[in-house]
Design a protein around this ligand. Sequence first.
Ligand code: AMP
Length: 142
Amino acid sequence: MSYDPDNIFAKILRGDLPCHKIYEDDNTLAFLDIMPRAKGHTLVIPKSPAQNMLDVRLEDFTTLMATVHKLTPMIQQALDADGILLQQLNGDAAGQLVYHIHFHIVPRFEGVPLKHHGNQFQQEDILKKNAQILTDYIARQS
Ligand code: AMP
């Protein structure tokens, strides 16, 4: 299977689909998962095409990880999370749903169970509010 330029995240990158963006630079984009496993569940993607870890170029992976490294502590602080789960799935057997490589940054809160993966849409107004909290915090740190 080769990279599908019409996958959902490619459409978001082209501006053909909306997203709740929280961060963008020359190489990467970060936005909220619309079926979050927890409050503030963020996806970080490279702007270059790759399906997953099995075909991503090292330089694209490196810039992707730089953004994950930058955003993870900011998301933790902005939401006062007790922990952060990083998740990255490769292939159908691993549960990968969207074939444009991405990292999940999932804030964890003591006593709050993790929701199922890609299972339940979050209300638009809640996503909007959480994106604003994160965007404001990131802007203050920059
Ligand atoms: P994965 O199994 O790692 O490929 O997960 C893909 C993730 O993308 C899931 O957590 C979905 O909830 C999420 N997702 C699917 N469509 C969208 C979308 N349009 N905007 C934001 N997140 C999405």
